[in-house]
Structure formats: structure tokens, C-alpha cells
Ligand binder design. Sequence first.
Ligand code: FMN
Length: 187
Amino acid sequence: MATRPPYILAIGGTTRPGSMTERVLRNALGHARARGAQVQLLGGDSLQLPLYGTAAPDHPLVQTLLSEVRRADGVILASPGYHGALSGLMKNALDYLEEARSDAQPYLSRRAVGCVGLAAGWQAGAATLGGLRGIVHALRGWPTPMGVVINSTHTRFDADGACDDAQVDQQLQTMAHQVLEFCQLHH
Ligand SMILES: Cc1cc2nc3c(=O)[nH]c(=O)nc-3n(C[C@H](O)[C@H](O)[C@H](O)COP(=O)(O)O)c2cc1C
């Protein structure tokens, strides 16, 4: 019997042209694709949502976010550190997952979630990673053992996600593979 490839959704990015957050997610999705996954990125443009609680129920970006999360077998999240925590753009997007509370598979349950915090310094990157992992727990998801902190003043990514630091690239690959391993265990 043929099994469909796992569908891995990445969420994260900023409104800044050339957002490193989005490039990091392209890198991680590239590793997932190389292992046979189908992948999708919801970057900064897709996350320009009204403040949670103010959107019309049929807002197209909200509908896309929720339908993609519901479809996903695994998730990867990345956020820049803004003033020592995840960005408001990212937190607002994650707040919308409240709409999935009554689903048969509520929130992020039964999904592994890889998390990445990146910032111009280590402290904000680590705090952002911890914040994302705490949110994943609250949303009943399974943070992967490997979480990644990236210092955006040390590491470069090109537009396709290629990384100039082999160690960071390896960490992102390990995280993406752990998301896929959980899919295999679970399905
Ligand atoms: C509003 C704002 C606040 C920031 N706060 C911090 C911070 O507290 N600590 C830090 O190390 N970097 C901070 N940064 C730097 C960003 O985390 C860093 O440049 C990140 O790579 C930006 O992501 P992007 O390239 O996807 O836009 C801040 C940047 C902005 C725009």
C-alpha cells in the first residue's frame, strides 16, 4: 500500500526584505524535502494577520494558516528575538491556533514541532527558543529534542536557505529529521 509523504509546515518570518528567519526555515524545509517530505512555508507575508480577536471569520490569511496547520503532519517554527522574546507577529499568528481548540486533533497535538530562535545575540535567541517551546507545550505539540539557536551576526543564509556554517546547518538538519521521525512513529 502506498503511503503519502509527510507534509511539513514551516511558520515564521518578518516583514523585512531578505528576512533571515525565512531563510532559516527554507534551510530546514530543504532538509525535510531531501528526506521525501512535502513542504510548505508560511513566511512573513502570510503572517500579516489582524490582531487576534479582531479578524473577520473568513479572513483569507487566517483561513490559510488554520487549514495549513490542520493539514500538517509536522511543524517547524522560527522567530526572531525582539526585545528578548519572540516577535509580536509570530505570537499573534500562534494565538490564532486557539481556533483549532475543538478540532478532532486540537491545536498542535500529535505533531512534532521543531523550534528555532534567532537574534543578534545569544541571550535573546535562547530566550526566544524557550518561549516557542513553551507555546508548543501549551498547544499540546511535541517540541523536538533538538532546538536551534542562531546568532544572526555570526551566520549567513542565502535566499534559498544555504548556510555558511556547517554546524548550524547540521543542527537544522537534525531538527528537521526529528520532526520526520516523529511522523513515522506516529502514523
Ligand atoms: C524590534 C527589534 C527588536 C530586536 N531585539 C533584539 C534583542 O532583544 N536581542 C537581540 O539579540 N536582537 C534583537 N533584534 C535583532 C533581530 O532578532 C535579528 O536581527 C533577527 O535576525 C531579525 O530577523 P529577520 O532577519 O528575519 O528580520 C531585534 C530586532 C528588531 C527589529
